[in-house]
Every structure is written in structure tokens, then in C-alpha cells.
Ligand binder design. Structure first.
Ligand code: NAD
Ligand code: GLY
Length: 349
């Protein structure tokens, strides 16, 4: 088993990565919390595959374990499901020491984490990621959120989990498209700061647990320094500024990782045109995205994407921080005005 410590200012915990970890979730939960009850929140696709193993493990460890199955898809990160989850905890008399186990991808993790952050002003939660994206990104670092009709992740909290338990066996049932989407975030880490990882991915024979550990170490390092996303953590948004606009315009028919891949390709093109990135590094990133089976182009126009970006409350007014690659393994945070943003967007095509 691989173990990565996360030393965030508001909470320290371990990310455990390896095959066959799911049956130990009960023991792990009792080791890192004082819970007597656990709500196992899992998506409708994930629960039939892994729910019973998790419930049984928790019960064998002496915990009362209750399943809460939620619909799959981004629409589940909403006020209604959040309310249902709070009601479920209250009706089952969960106390501040009881625990939520989030079994699934980023949707389950973000919703469960936000519920944990706010129910009785905060109860422990454990992330059990079952998608590659959740394993390398969303389960680590304590960003929790739900969406509003007005925009994605508009309500949330920084709230660290008590543990992240990543059983890499669960990735074997992940649909191919979801696995590829997760690789977009892996490529992001490589472009951000790890040329060796980039080369490994180019060779195409990456050892997945090792890759997950590398990404988690990178994220843990960043989160320890900038938990609240005020400086260096912004680097993790590489590909996300334009990516979010594409994702939102597509009405979520594009997966998060697919949109991030398009966003990364766009910022590489724009960085090259602005003289910040070599043409060969731009081509290498775009080729790797292609080779991974990810999209790199969008049919939405620069005008459409710009309008979407301006509507997003996180971006309106003031300066927006664009993450710009300067080389494979090196990115810069570039503050841009709305007018400058338009220029960058146009060069992304
Ligand atoms: P997801 O949670 O929607 O899961 C993808 C799909 O795969 C779902 O249909 C799910 O039911 C299914 N699935 C999950 N695990 C499976 C398995 N092992 N076998 C079979 N099917 C499985 O998508 P995601 O890509 O994991 O997460 C995307 C979400 O994460 C977005 O809402 C995004 O905003 C969020 N996110 C959050 C952070 C953060 O730091 N909190 C970072 C990145 C992304
Ligand atoms: N996924 C971006 C972050 O955690 O900051």
C-alpha cells in the first residue's frame, strides 16, 4: 500500500492507495474517527458494485452502517440532494462524531464533503474514490461543493476529510470514457510540474497506482502550502478556466475531464501564440491528449465561451488568474483583465 500524508493547516490525514483496500474501510474508519454510525453515500452505479463490501466492512468493525444511494451525474450536486442528505443524517440521529463515507467519484465526494462540512457545523468524512479523477484530484485537498442553477461549485467549503482510501481495484469497472477523462487531470499534473510523469504517460505503459501516488503527492504539497486557493493552489486550475466554460456550454454533455483536456489544449495554443510556450511543447501536450483519447477542440466560438466566462460569478469583475504553461513541467499564474481574457481565448483556437 502507498501512503501519502496531507498536512493541510486545518487538518492532517493520510491518502492510502492500493489494491484490495475496500474490505479494510471499517478498520480504517475506526482508527481515524470516533464514529459509531456511518452513512455510506454512493452513486446508483457504484453502490451495486461496492456498496455491500463497504457496509459489511464497517459493520464487522462494530459500526452501524447505513446506505444512502444517490443518482449518478453532475445534476446530483444540487441543493435538493444536499437537503435530502442532511435530512437523512438528522432522521438517523447522526451526532457530531459520526461519519460519512463517500464511495464514488467527484460528484459523490463533493456532495458528501459539503454535507459533512455543514451538518452540525462539521462531522468527519472519509473519501473512498472510485474514479481516476477522484483518486488523483477531487478526493484530496478538501474542496467540497454543490452547484446552483446559476453555476457550478457556487456553494462550498474547504473541509478536509479524515482519510482518503483509494482501492485501485475499483478502477477496473470504470467505463473507458471516464477513465480517459481522469487522465486529463493526470496530464494536468505532468504539465504543471512533472516532466518525468509526462514522459511516462507518453510511453503509454504507466503503472496506475504509482501514477496516482505521484499526482496525490503533488496535490498534497500544494494544499499544505495554500489550502484556501489564494496563491499556488491556483496552479491546479490549469485547463480549467476555458474548460469550465466549455463544460458549462455543453450543458455537462462533456465530462469534466474532457472539458479540462480541451481547456489545456486551448491554453497551450494561446501560450505559444503569446510567446510563452515553444511550439514543440504545445504539440507534445496536444499529442498526448490525443493519444489518451481526449478531445482538444471545441465547436463553441470564442464569443460564446467569453460570454459564459463573464457570467460565471467567480470570474466577474476584477482580474482572473489564468494558468499558463511555459514548458512541460512549468506553469505561471497570469492575472488578466476581462479584455485581456478575450485575447487569450481567441488565441486558443
Ligand atoms: P462522477 O463522480 O460523475 O463519476 C463518473 C461516473 O462513473 C458516474 O456515472 C459514476 O456512477 C460512475 N462510476 C464511478 N466510479 C465507478 C466505478 N468504479 N465503476 C463503474 N462506474 C463508476 O465523475 P468524476 O469525474 O469522478 O467527478 C467529477 C466531479 O468532480 C465534478 O463535479 C467536478 O466538479 C468535481 N471535481 C472536484 C474537485 C475537487 O477538488 N473537489 C476536483 C476535480 C473535479
Ligand atoms: N481541483 C482543484 C483544487 O483542488 O484546487
Amino acid at each position: 500500500m502507498r501512503c501519502v500524508p496531507v498536512n493541510a493547516p486545518s487538518g492532517q490525514y493520510q491518502v492510502k492507495i492500493g489494491a484490495g483496500l475496500l474490505p479494510s474501510v471499517g478498520r480504517e474508519v475506526t482508527a481515524c474517527t470516533k464514529a459509531r454510525r456511518c452513512a455510506v453515500v454512493a452513486g446508483e452505479n457504484v453502490f451495486p458494485l461496492y456498496g455491500e463490501t463497504v457496509l459489511e466492512s464497517l459493520r464487522s468493525a462494530g459500526l452501524e452502517a447505513m446506505p444512502m444511494v444517490i443518482p449518478a451525474g453532475e445534476q446530483t450536486k444540487c441543493l435538493q440532494r444536499y437537503g435530502e442528505l442532511l435530512t437523512f443524517l438528522a432522521e438517523n440521529r447522526f451526532t457530531r462524531s459520526d461519519c460519512i463515507v463517500a464511495l464514488g467519484g467527484g460528484v459523490t465526494g463533493d456532495l458528501s464533503g459539503f454535507t459533512a462540512a455543514t451538518y452540525q457545523r462539521g462531522i468527519p468524512y472519509v473519501q473512498v474514490p472510485t474514479t481516476l479523477l477522484a483518486a488523483v484530484d477531487s478526493s484530496v485537498g478538501g474542496k467540497t461543493a454543490i452547484d446552483l442553477p446559476q453555476g457550478k461549485n457556487q456553494v462550498g467549503a474547504f473541509y478536509q476529510p479524515a482519510l482518503v482510501l483509494c482501492d485501485t481495484d475499483t478502477l477496473s469497472t470504470l467505463p473507458e470514457r471516464e477513465l480517459k477523462a481522469g487522465y486529463a487531470e493526470v496530464i494536468k499534473y505532468a504539465v504543471l510540474g512533472d516532466p518525468a510523469l509526462f514522459k511516462t504517460l507518453q510511453r503509454g505503459n504507466a503503472d496506475l497506482p504509482a501514477v496516482i501516488e505521484t499526482c496525490v503527492r503533488c496535490k498534497a504539497d500544494i494544499v499544505a502550502e495554500d489550502e484556501q486557493d489564494l496563491g499556488r493552489r491556483r496552479l491546479l486550475n490549469l485547463g480549467h478556466t476555458f474548460g469550465h466554460a466549455v463544460e458549462s456550454r455543453s450543458a455537462y454533455s462533456l465530462l469534466h475531464g474532457e472539458a479540462v483536456a480541451i481547456g489545456m489544449a486551448m491554453i497551450c495554443r494561446a501560450a505559444e501564440k503569446n510567446g510563452m510556450l515553444s511550439a514543440s511543447d504545445r504539440d507534445a501536450v496536444i499529442s498526448l491528449l490525443h493519444a489518451t483519447g481526449l478531445p482538444t477542440e471545441t465547436d463553441f466560438s470564442a464569443v460564446e465561451l467569453y460570454d459564459t466566462l463573464l457570467l460565471d460569478k467567480k470570474y466577474s469583475g476584477g482580474k482572473l488568474h489564468l494558468i499558463v504553461p511555459c514548458a512541460i513541467g512549468e506553469c505561471r499564474i497570469v492575472p488578466v483583465s476581462p479584455d485581456e481574457l478575450r485575447g487569450w481565448l481567441e488565441k486558443g483556437f
